[in-house]
Design a protein around this ligand. Structure first.
Ligand SMILES: [Zn+2]
Length: 111
């Protein structure tokens, strides 16, 4: 949706100088937005590029700096540790977290 909002912000304006100057500029913006609109940030396959659903320009990749992330979850007075994978967009730095298969306490992983 940010891509559509960006286009609309250049088409629906109060001041003429804030508006796109030509249909060619609009076409360029629409052409740039289409790939992101066709695959709105869904992670379909780990082997395919994963387009950022925030900026629509960058792609997520695993961040090795945070390869040992865990989440401590307290349930009914008991501590559970879940392993997490962190993916970061290479343009806007938006981050997504997923529970990984190496969860420290898999029995406590509800997923
Ligand atoms: Zn991004």
């Amino acid at each position: 949706m940010p891509a559509v909002n960006k286009i609309l912000s250049k088409c629906i304006v109060e001041e003429e100088e804030d508006c796109l100057k030509s249909a060619d500029e609009l076409l360029t913006m629409v052409d740039q937005a289409i790939p992101g609109l066709r695959s709105p940030g869904q992670r379909l396959d780990a082997s395919l590029p994963w387009l950022c659903h925030v900026c629509g320009k960058g792609h997520y990749s695993a961040n090795p700096i945070y390869s040992d992330l865990t989440l401590d979850v307290h349930v009914a007075g008991r501590l559970n540790k879940w392993g997490l994978d962190l993916y970061v967009c290479d343009v806007c730095r938006h981050a997504e977290l997923f529970l990984n298969n190496m969860s420290a306490n898999r029995a406590s992983n509800p997923f």
